[in-house]
Design a protein around this ligand. Structure first.
Ligand code: DGJ
Length: 744
């Protein structure tokens, strides 16, 4: 990994074995983009990569030179008003009303490792040799706003992490009206855009479309990153598949309002912008103050979409997630939400826990309903004190009883919310986000607390920390069940109201930081009505997140498959639940529910007392299977093999680092009759190893399994013979492949 600056040609080149990133100081002093992609050789002068052309009607800064127009030049920090008519990366509203700015190169320096971003989640290094960071200083000479552009290149990964920090070195305050984290100008537009979108209970479905002239974008204006659009996008070549071809993945490490857009101009350049959504953002920067944008991460691959995802998985698993649980297999849990909803007593919970313990479950999670007057979703949020009618000895008491059974105890919170019917709201009605003289919209009968105010965060922290200091809590599920409306904070001046959405998220991060620092042993799982805030920002604090409120195995295939484009299996909260399923009323076999949930953190969302003895036996086997293989399932190399968005079958697999073990999950939605002979081509095996499958069959070389494929034909397709379990709709199988005989 190297970062060099060629003084003569004014070219920066960052590279490692996999990628190159090349920029130059343009003749007008601004910073231009020359190349991002597969590694290229370094040369003293790469400035010939700058594409200049005389174009009629273009605006040009140099009198008499019609070849240099910012309208056509690829840039790093394009600003408003410069003659570049594409969307800018920065816009500064000045006291005199002007929004024009012009960021000129000043200097640069290189740091080993990667500086932390104050108050924000970001990728990091543990050893300074893992990455180098180039910091380029630019200055707008009229306002004296300095921009520092951060570029971190990791030694071993095809990753570039970027952010921008603004300093007001002038005498007057300005409003930052737009401060994107990343601008990536690409030389062509021959890409397909891939996004992960959906809605509550069908999050992160894969949607693709061809890039076309004009702007295409995804984003959130809800205050949370949202169920609708994940802060992640891929530009892939049309010919790129899971197995081969070029793609660039863009991920935003942020949990609030965001914008990811690609603008194709009249000459087929593509400008990608990633950052805080400018529609709901403006930030007053007083003289002497600074503003740090969140981080955006770009991953380049020429090894297909699986290659891209594996890079994200390694990076986010090891250098974004933090803490004790980052590298540890996750406890198998049981959560009482779908088992009881609000209808429980302590004894009923203990009954559920006792049965779970008998089956081998390790952690009991008490979900919503344990506090204040919370007997339904209409009351209690904000009063983080155990309800003595349900829990006579409080949280400490039930935690003690669960520990007494030989299990760990976990607890649900929804820290950012308050019900009107709560002591907290009665004491502090002005602590919610609400606009003066306007109606206050409810969402799930609750208001959003104003986390842009430190005193609100302090109060919630104190209530939560008190419980965690007194009781043996090993896990927290942090929920968030509505988006922001009437965004206005009584704690901030009129000219600072544009900061509230971002300050809110900074408040959420602050609370997470305080709790994870004071209670480093606790495993945090993020949640927002399922997957409404499943993003890279959350992963920094909570190494796992509840993927979706939809626990149906068939729906989960799509949701987890889509989620895997950016996020590792160790981050995906996935449980076996009751049938008929509570979201779609579908009845899937117990083994299929588990076969889907294994590819995640695994747990149960039901009362095991309601299962038959035969089913309990099956659950016990599932749990011992997961205990044996969770290290591989959660931390192995993951491959998508067959997309549930493209047919009746879905398949994925994980492979151990030494390739001696692999687990393949195969799923079919509707049964077929008298079907074809089917094979599934595997990935990532050692071609020279011989693998034995847990489902029987011959000992096969890795090369056979990868080139011919694993036989998945049903023994019962068409006719069931004695001793065979018939396949039904929603059939699935898990194949464990172990290398037995290794040839040199
Ligand atoms: C939404 C979550 O996604 C559910 O799992 C559950 O915790 C409920 N909230 C509780 O209100």
């Amino acid at each position: 990994m190297r970062i060099v600056y060629h003084e003569e040609s004014k070219v920066f080149h960052l590279w490692n074995d996999k990628i190159s990133y090349v920029m130059m100081v343009l003749p007008n002093g601004q910073l231009g983009q020359l190349y991002f992609g597969k590694r290229i050789h370094d040369r003293e002068d790469l400035s010939d990569l700058l594409e200049l052309a005389v174009r009629p009607m273009a605006s040009c800064p140099f009198p008499g030179d019609r070849s240099f127009s910012l309208e056509h030049i690829k840039q790093e920090l394009p600003s408003f008003g410069s003659g570049d008519y594409r969307s800018p990366a920065v816009e500064i509203a000045q006291k005199n009303g002007s929004r024009v700015s012009d960021f000129q190169f000043q200097s640069y320096h290189i740091e080993e490792g990667k500086p932390a971003l104050p108050g924000l989640p970001a990728t990091y290094t543990e050893d300074a040799k893992e990455a180098s960071t180039l910091i380029i200083r630019l200055l707008d000479p009229v306002t004296n706003i300095r921009a520092e552009l951060f570029y971190t290149i990791f030694a071993k990964e095809a990753v570039l992490a970027r952010s921008v920090r603004y300093y007001n070195e002038g005498a007057e305050a300005v409003q930052l009206a737009r401060a994107m984290s990343l601008c990536m100008d690409l030389p062509d537009c021959a890409y397909e855009w891939l996004q992960l979108s959906g809605a509550w209970a069908r999050e992160r479905h894969i949607k693709t479309r061809r890039l076309a002239m004009g702007i295409q974008s995804i984003g959130s204006l809800r205050g949370n990153s949202s169920h609708q659009h994940n802060p992640f996008m891929v530009l892939k070549r049309p010919s790129t598949t899971e197995r081969q071809g070029e793609a660039i993945g863009f991920s935003f490490i942020y949990s609030g309002n965001f914008l990811i857009q690609a603008e194709v101009d009249a000459h087929d350049h593509t400008r990608v912008l990633v950052g805080i959504h400018p529609d709901t953002f403006s930030w007053k920067l007083e003289a002497g103050e600074s503003f740090q944008t969140p981080e955006a991460v770009m991953v380049y691959t020429d090894e297909g979409l699986n290659g891209m995802s594996q890079t994200f998985h390694r990076l986010y698993q090891r250098r974004l997630a933090r803490g004790k649980w980052r590298d540890q297999v996750r406890p198998i849990l049981i959560n009482n939400w779908e088992a009881t909803y609000f209808d429980f007593t302590e004894d009923k919970l203990i009954q559920i826990a006792r049965k779970a313990k008998e089956c081998g479950v390790e952690l009991f999670v008490l979900d919503d309903g344990w506090f204040g007057e919370r007997n339904s979703d209409r009351a209690g949020l904000g009063d983080w004190i155990a309800n003595p009618a349900r829990l006579p000895q409080g949280i400490a008491g039930i935690a003690e009883r669960i520990e007494g059974l030989g299990m760990k105890f976990g607890l649900w919170f929804e820290p950012e919310m308050v019900n009107e019917d709560s002591d907290l709201y009665r004491q502090h009605p002005d602590w919610i986000l609400a606009a003066p003289q306007r109606a206050k919209s409810h969402g799930r009968y609750q208001y959003v607390l104003d986390f842009s105010r430190i005193e609100v965060v302090d109060a919630i922290y104190e209530m939560m920390a008190k419980i965690l200091r007194e009781a043996k809590v090993s896990y927290i599920k942090w929920d968030m069940n509505r988006s922001i409306t009437e965004c206005f904070s009584a704690g901030h001046l009129p000219e600072r109201q544009g900061e509230v959405y971002h300050r809110y998220i900074l408040g959420v991060y602050d609370l997470y930081e305080r709790l994870t620092s004071e209670f480093p042993e606790i495993l945090f799982e993020s949640c927002a009505s399922g997957g409404g805030r499943f993003d890279a920002g959350m992963l920094y604090y909570a190494p796992q997140g509840w993927v979706s409120d939809d626990t149906d195995a068939v729906e989960r295939m799509k949701i987890q498959y889509g989620t895997s484009f950016c996020y590792p299996l160790s981050s995906m909260g996935s449980h076996v639940s009751m049938i008929p399923n509570h979201q779609v009323y579908r009845e899937t076999p117990l083994h299929t529910r588990a076969n889907v949930a294994y590819f995640g953190t695994f747990g149960y969302e039901l009362d095991l007392n309601r299962l038959t003895e035969t089913e309990i036996q099956e659950v016990k086997e599932q749990i011992s299977f997961m205990k044996e293989y969770r290290g591989l399932l959660q931390f192995g190399t993951f491959y998508r093999l067959k997309s549930p968005f493209e047919g009746n079958e879905m398949s994925w697999m994980v492979v151990s680092e030494d390739k001696s073990t692999a687990i393949v999950g195969w799923y079919r939605v509707l049964n077929t009759v008298n079907g074809s002979y089917t094979r599934l081509r595997l990935e990532g095996l050692d071609p020279d190893f011989c693998y034995r499958s847990s489902q029987g069959g011959a000992l096969c070389y890795g090369d056979e399994l990868m080139n011919l494929g694993l036989c998945t034909t049903d023994a019962t397709a068409g006719e069931v013979t004695a001793g065979q379990r018939p396949c039904t709709d929603f059939e699935s199988r898990v194949y464990v492949l172990r290398a037995e005989q290794i040839h040199g």
